[in-house]
Design a protein around this ligand. Structure first.
Ligand code: ADP
Ligand code: MG
Length: 774
């Protein structure tokens, strides 16, 4: 394969500078086109250029005559409601002075009150004049309550057809779908719509170069980008915006998949050192001493990986498996093959706790094979080193030396491994455990270190649905461990209502019973202490009824929505307080309770973990730092407090910490979530099955919008806007085939300049987010 002209360095520069004749109009600042006042308000939505504004797509559409169900509005939500005016009356206010306008709008069934206050009655006449009975409009505001009735105070609104030049135009306006944009306080949707029309109207096809190659447009019967923008921003019919949206969705999928295909091609173009297996080495010695037979899935995955490692094309493989399916063993065997071939392997873990535990379990599994060169060590083996951010200077120096000299064939570590100061003698394989927490750029950091890119094995914490894998890990080949080692006891899961005193007493009694049997219990809390907002904020989808309204309320840019969300909420359980509370529970008299959370030092975390592991503190109160991979076979109970706060895969991962030693486990999900809410449904799903693959599908089904990909993939200005991994699975698969074909024929995409630029923009945004987070 030819060497890719685009170097690694090219790919991490911020969004490409505008080329003189490409997108010249689209990169123009809004201030120049719309004036500074409008531009300033649009800047609140992060919209700076003409292109930004055109890619700010309507969230939904008000179809002519279709009213928003008022009954479903919830107090505290920021909403845009389409409704008909029933009445509007202005009256002076005796007590307070000034005047008040009260309008009633209706969806035909229920009504909503709009109130406006003013010092002088004259000001209100303007509203009264617009809010005439029978007219339809959009009303935006935060739902409040007054004397038991819902109302919007000083809503922003748009009356359909009022500003039209004449009756005909008004009638026409009333017959078209109304785009409803993600808005911010003070920038209502119609103001955005007006701005969009101002920049869109003068554009011609020459101003808008299309990232989708002409051949693909034709094959999939899509219109041009300009047509699609007109369709979504100024539709005359429902079919207009649907067609536009469909094309834009495909475009996002294509850009993303082309980026992944190009990354893959680039990766494949660098040869590396083949690390074939060898007989009578560390791997053979290890296989001879493993106390149990490998599962069929472990054997199959092992063969796959062994074959990959024996090639000069660097491996780039995703290993998926349910919690407890034995991924570590598969990884270790791959690492040993590399050691046998004279190379080194690095195992990258997301947390210090997990890194330390990997070190322990690798050493335990390897036995004398981890002590090569030492007294009692096995000469066929190697050394295992640990590198973390918080370790002492002396230990760190030793680990660095062992990595650099090659004495350590296996180096386990956290992000600290990514630092430039870490040198390897000959890094042949990088295993990334629990990939969820690492970005692609971090994955790349180790790849580009040595003379040759290492082979790469990425492992997920819990199964992820195929659609997500295709989107997030589209450049990786996938192997699935679809079998669990035998002899693992079942874990039974119950949902426990937090309000039921008797049940809660029973929970702690159960913990005490298990401890009395010599077992251990985890108690998981969402927060560290009072000051901590929450340790596990990555999910928590709002439990709203009407989808669109929920989306509106969730929009982070929406100042009003933030206000609305601060409606009183019970405080979430905090680990430090729960630990105190448990120490004084009568059921647990004489039982020592440990505490583990992310703000402890590395040493303290280690100490807490080993005290628990050894049984000195048989109850461990912790935050989700124990979520991934921690392995204490004696742990048989887990109590998750405020379980509604956690997502499905997180709970599944947490639950995977118990029932590991052949002891039946019980997982108690304590929650205040009410019946019928989305949160309750999530918990029911977790209680309903222990199959991670089934839960992964359920998870995706229950989530909406960009939640699935997490903020890294969905939040950025230039990242996915319309594409939804679940809904659009078929489009993504199609785009993947198309992208692979394009990249295979033209790896640099030099004949598809607009597509290459769109990719750079996408990668630039991704990189920018990574830097912000870093
Ligand atoms: P995960 O896939 O969740 O990372 P681990 O690699 O931590 O799972 O393995 C879970 C447990 O199963 C470990 O205690 C490990 O030693 C054990 N294990 C792995 N493979 C087998 C096997 N083939 N037979 C029995 N136990 C196994
Ligand atoms: Mg693991």
């Amino acid at each position: 394969m030819t060497t890719h002209p685009r170097s690694e360095a090219d790919r991490i520069v911020p969004p490409a500078a505008p080329s003189p004749h490409l997108g010249g109009r689209l990169t123009e600042p809004l201030a120049r086109v719309l004036g500074t006042r409008t531009a300033q308000s649009l800047a609140k939505l992060d919209l700076v250029t003409v292109g930004d504004l055109l890619r700010h797509y309507p969230r939904r559409y008000g179809e002519p005559g279709e009213m928003t169900p008022i009954r479903d509005l919830r107090v505290g939500e920021h909403v845009t409601v389409q409704a008909q005016v029933r009445s509007a009356t202005t009256r002076p206010m005796r007590n307070r002075g000034g005047a008040m306008l009260e309008a009633i709008v209706t969806d035909g069934r229920d009504s909503l009150r709009l109130t406006f206050f003013a010092k002088r009655i004259g000001v209100l006449r303007m509203h009264e004049d617009k809010l005439r009975a029978g007219r339809t409009g959009l009303f935006t505001g935060t739902v409040g309550e007054y004397r038991g009735e819902r109302q919007l105070t000083h809503p922003d609104y748009l009356i359909v057809g009022v500003d039209a030049a004449d009756e005909d135009e008004a009638a026409l306006e009333a017959s078209r779908p109304i785009p409803i944009y993600p808005s911010a306080a003070g920038v209502p949707t119609w103001r955005i719509g007006r701005a969009v029309r101002t920049v869109l109207d003068p554009l011609t096809a020459a101003d808008v170069e299309d990232p989708i190659p002409a051949g693909l447009l034709e094959r999939h019967h899509h219109g041009t980008l300009l047509e699609a923008w007109r369709g979504v921003h100024v539709p005359e019919t429902q079919a207009d915006w649907q067609a536009g949206r469909k094309r834009l969705v495909y475009e996002e999928a294509l850009v993303l998949q082309a980026a992944l295909a190009r990354r893959r091609a680039e990766h494949d173009s660098h040869a590396t050192v083949a690390r074939p297996g060898r007989s009578d080495g560390a791997l053979d010695a290890f296989d001879a001493q493993v106390p149990w037979p490998l599962t069929g899935a472990q054997v199959r995955a092992g063969q796959r990986i062994a074959a990959d490692l024996a090639r000069e094309t660097p491996m780039l493989r995703l290993l998926q498996g349910d919690v407890g399916s034995g991924k570590t063993l598969v990884a270790l065997r791959a690492m040993l093959q590399v050691v046998d071939a004279g190379g080194q392997a690095a195992l990258l873990a997301p947390t210090e706790v997990l890194a330390a535990q990997h070190l322990r379990s690798l050493r335990a599994m390897l036995g004398p094979l981890a002590d090569a060169g030492a007294l009692g060590g096995d000469a066929r083996g190697t050394r295992v080193a640990l590198l973390t951010g918080s370790q002492g200077a002396k230990a760190r120096r030793q680990a660095l030396a062992d990595a650099a000299s090659g004495t350590a064939g296996i180096v386990v570590g956290t992000h600290a491994l990514l630092s430039e100061t870490v040198q390897f003698a000959d890094l042949g394989l990088v295993v990334v455990d629990e990939q969820h927490r690492f970005g692609v750029e971090q994955r790349d950091a180790l790849r580009t270190r040595g003379a040759h890119p290492p082979h790469m094995l990425v492992m997920t914490a819990t199964p992820i649905p195929r659609t997500v894998a295709m989107t997030v890990f589209g450049d990786l080949e996938t192997t699935v461990l679809d079998e669990r080692p035998p002899g693992r006891a079942d874990v039974v899961t119950h949902v426990v209502p937090a309000g039921n005193r008797a049940w809660i007493d029973r929970v702690w009694a159960r913990v005490a019973e298990e401890v009395a049997e010599g077992r251990r219990a985890y108690v998981v809390c969402p927060r560290i202490d009072e000051a901590d907002a929450a340790d596990a904020m990555d999910v928590d989808a709002p439990e709203a009824g009407v989808e669109d309204l929920a989306d509106e309320a969730r929009l982070p840019l929406d100042a009003d929505a933030v206000k609305g969300a601060s409606a009183p909420r019970p405080r979430l359980a905090a680990a430090t307080q729960i630990a105190e509370m448990l120490r004084s529970r009568p059921e647990l008299a004489g039982v020592r309770v440990g505490l583990l959370h992310g703000r402890l030092s590395g040493d303290d975390k280690d100490a807490a973990m080993s005290a628990f592991s050894a049984g000195r503190t048989p109850v461990l109160v912790s935050t989700t730092v124990i979520e991934v991979g921690v392995d204490v076979p004696e742990a048989s109970v887990m109590v998750v407090l405020d379980a509604q706060h956690f997502g499905i895969s997180q709970l599944h991962q947490l639950r995977g910490r118990i029932g590991r030693g052949g002891l039946p486990g019980v997982c108690l999900l304590v929650t205040s979530a009410e019946e019928g809410t989305l949160a309750a449904e999530r918990l029911a799903a977790v209680a309903g099955t222990t199959d991670g693959f089934e839960l992964a599908d359920k998870d995706v089904e229950l989530r909406r919008e960009g939640d699935v990909l997490g903020t890294a993939q969905s939040g950025g200005r230039n990242s996915l806007r319309l594409l939804r991994v679940v809904r659009d699975a078929a489009v993504i698969a199609q785009a993947r085939d198309d992208a692979r074909a394009l990249v295979a024929a033209d790896p640099a995409l030099s004949t598809h300049r607009a597509l290459a630029m769109a990719i750079d923009e996408w990668l630039g945004a991704e990189q920018a987010e990574y830097l912000e987070r870093g």
